[in-house]
Design a binder for this molecule. Sequence first.
Ligand code: 5GP
Length: 203
Amino acid sequence: MAKSGILFVISGPSGAGKGTVRGKVMEREVGLAFSVSATTRVPRPGEIDGLHYHFITKEEFEKMIENGDFIEYVAKFQNYYGTPKAQVESLLADGKDVLLEIETIGANNVRRMFPDAVMIFITPSTFEELERRLLYRGTESEKLQKLRLRIAKKEYKSMRRYDYIAINDDLDQCVSLICSIIKAERAKRSRNKDIVEQFNQIK
Ligand code: 5GP
């Protein structure tokens, strides 16, 4: 049977730096496909449709829910976010490794559907630092920042379900750590049965 790809999930609270880390990991790690999420949120300056997100309307999103087109989705921060199913499934079936960068409720749902997914939780080393980053983000209203902070506190409760914790105090170190995790997961014996088999057959 053809080897299927590995599903990597980067998650953690808002302000942990998931988006930045994901961008750098994608630049550095070859053979990794990023799953572009769909969202009803308005694009921020510089965000490109189809690259950062598929920006769609609420009606389009709800139609996709109805059609069962998402692996997971959440209604959060007054918007919908979801992982489209078709692309992820076909990449994995073709043996390509896929990276998702999603919030924790979605990540929990992915874990349930894909028990072999490699789950990585990103966080700064202290909650004070997360708070500082959220408050200085500057792209959102105060009300929304406070809401994200409240949600972040809850998100830490799901940390124990993850395979890896990646501290993001220093961006480069965090990116290197995640690239190492990806390499180590790819090298696992359980994911390389064909090679083991090949050598086992030597007489
Ligand atoms: P932002 O609005 O800052 O781009 O994203 C808000 C949150 O939604 C982030 O924590 C981001 O990781 C998460 N997110 C982005 N895409 C998805 C998705 O497809 N599913 C889920 N569950 N969360 C997502």
